[in-house]
Design a protein around this ligand. Structure first.
Ligand code: MLT
Length: 265
């Protein structure tokens, strides 16, 4: 892992391999370790860059204001500049990592050769969902991340994964419990401020692979199909028996599908 100072904080980032860079952007409230099953394999053929976002994992930079998707996109652009990445990259984001893709694409689209968007959505929060996030943010700030593990874990993975790969639930729980409570709260507030990107989808030229677990409760396949139908250069793959953490729950299928996509672009 490298330590890369950017803007007002220090990124901890996995940066291995050579070739077209793939930027792996984790979901909430996790860190780069969620991509563990893919990083080594892809670093044999690509430059793999997998940071912990500001305040998450072992990166510094917890802030006392909402962590917006825009600010994460700006952080990632600065990271790529610091790492001297001048060639086009493939952006691979899961859930919140996908939410960050939309402003990243809008502001830094010239950096993109392609995108892989896993278990995510383009729409903003409904007002009910945004209100729920703000309530959870206050509770986590006051009581710590434990309540989030109880609320989120059953929705993150499929019942098939919970039964057959209990170590995945343990790993997710450990990561959530280690995450800084201020960062969790500010990330929830930041996600509640997301704008609706659905009306831009038809204009996005980036070649895109959409990956979704067919048992994803948080960002269901039906919603991802809508994105695939609207983006002009996107196709969708639905992975059976897995939930919201599809690439972590079934890294072998995810690797195979991503590799096929990388050969196409
Ligand atoms: C994630 O996996 O990043 C979260 O489920 C995103 C969200 O809370 O909307």
């Amino acid at each position: 892992m490298k330590e890369i100072p950017v803007r007002d904080f220090t990124f901890r980032v996995f940066d291995e391999g050579t070739g077209t860079p793939i930027l792996f952007v984790h979901g909430f409230p996790l860190d780069h370790t969620m991509w563990q099953g893919l990083l080594e394999s892809f670093s044999k053929s690509h430059r793999v860059i997998a940071p912990d976002l500001r305040g998450f994992g072992r990166s510094t930079g917890a802030v006392n204001q909402p962590l917006t998707m825009d600010s994460h996109a700006d952080d990632l652009d600065s990271l790529l500049s610091e790492l001297k990445v001048n060639e086009p990259i493939v952006y691979c984001g899961l859930s919140m990592g996908g939410y960050i893709f939309w402003p990243f694409q809008q502001k830094y689209g010239s950096r993109l050769q392609g995108a892989i968007l896993c278990d995510t959505r383009a729409a903003a929060d409904t007002s009910e969902r945004a209100a729920e996030r703000l309530k959870t943010a206050d509770s986590v700030e006051e009581n710590g991340p434990e309540l989030l593990t109880r609320a989120m874990l059953p929705k993150l993975i499929s019942s098939h994964t919970a039964k057959n790969h209990p170590s995945i639930a343990d790993a997710l729980k450990n990561t959530i419990l280690k995450t800084d409570r201020t960062t969790i709260a500010q990330a929830l507030r930041g996600m509640s401020l997301r704008i609706d990107n659905t009306n831009r989808l038809a204009e996005i030229e980036t070649r895109t692979l959409l990956l979704v677990g067919d048992d994803d409760e948080l960002t269901p396949a039906t919603e991802m199909r809508g994105i695939a139908e609207t983006m002009p250069h996107a196709r969708i793959v639905e992975i059976p028996n897995v939930g919201h953490m599809a690439p972590m729950e079934d890294p072998a299928t995810s690797f195979w599908e991503i590799e096929k996509f990388l050969a196409e672009i």
